[in-house]
Design a binder for this molecule. Sequence first.
Ligand code: 3PG
Length: 398
Amino acid sequence: FKTIDDLDMDGKVVLTRVDVNVPVEDGRVTDATRIEKIVPTIKAIQARGGIPVLLAHFDRPKGKRVDAMSLKQIVPALEAALGQPVVFADDCIGGPAKRVVAGLKPGDVALLENTRFHEGEEKNDPTFAASIAALGGVYINDAFSAAHRAHGSTEGLARLLPSGAGRLMEAELKALDAALGTPQRPVMAVVGGAKVSTKLDLLMNLVDRVDHLVIGGGMANTFLVAKGIEVGKSLAERDMADTARQILEKADQGGCVIHLPLDIVVAREFRAGAESQVLPADQCPADAMILDAGPATVDALHDAMAGCKTLIWNGPLGAFEIEPFDRATNAAARAAAGLTRDGKLISVAGGGDTVAALNKAGVAGDFTFISTAGGAFLEWMEGKELPGVAALKDARHH
Ligand code: 3PG
């Protein structure tokens, strides 16, 4: 696909799809990471003489105008990140958008209102996409984290205008390719989270592609059940035990080593500071629940990780949001950060919970790459083609 450097944009309005779907409380942005990450793209477009007009969704208004989901709320955070004023248009098509765009000069930046206020966005209606396309001469997609949606502003527009990837999109694709596309081996994947059922496709894809698969969080309990181990009152999907067994068999045949907890941290209550105990993985008391992996598991994980060249991480190893059940996640995160700092490991992580856990452990900055994507990161780890990325690749003929 093309990038900002390949397209002629001098003096042109560059319709730039970004993902600024950030957490907002009482009308204020509480985490501006996604906003900060699009700044290099906006500056690069300006440096090539283009006038960036930003397109984005916010939340899920389902095709209707919902004031609480207006992108106007993110304008102050965007202005702070860019260090310049941002012109806001209170619709992404029609008169308001045309008027704002017509008044722009080189050096300006505009943001158009939530694309999901129109039904045509999620339906990927060609008429809707054409109304947006009419506003500009070039399309840049910088929203990797929305690329799993085949929507008008993520997919449709790439079919209508000369198109290319923004800097963040380029960086995400490069990092993900380094982690799972053409990685340096051995590769380890760490997958945690509550449920096997939501990560089934992901696990099935990973056992074919990685050398070591570490399974943590509530999901690990389901795997213990599959191995005939009692897990007491732990969260576990007993009806997924057969599926878990199939994953174990597939891994075994393909030479992927699966790492399950060797020891566990159990408690009778799920609350901060609850009394807890470390036990061998097959000794969970009937009235207790597994809330974290134990220190022997972390040691084994560290040893295996030290023998790997690439790490891809999605999902915490335990109930990391409540102490003391954050220990395995923190220890594994620190191990990965240390190996990365020493130049021995390429480490890539993604998904909302994962990034929160790495931030909490204070090591996110040491990872080689932290994706801004949640759902898109998962779909990509499942081996699916993301429509927003596919459309950019097809757009070569423009
Ligand atoms: C995200 O926050 O993961 C993206 O912005 C996509 O949002 P969506 O799940 O509402 O499509």
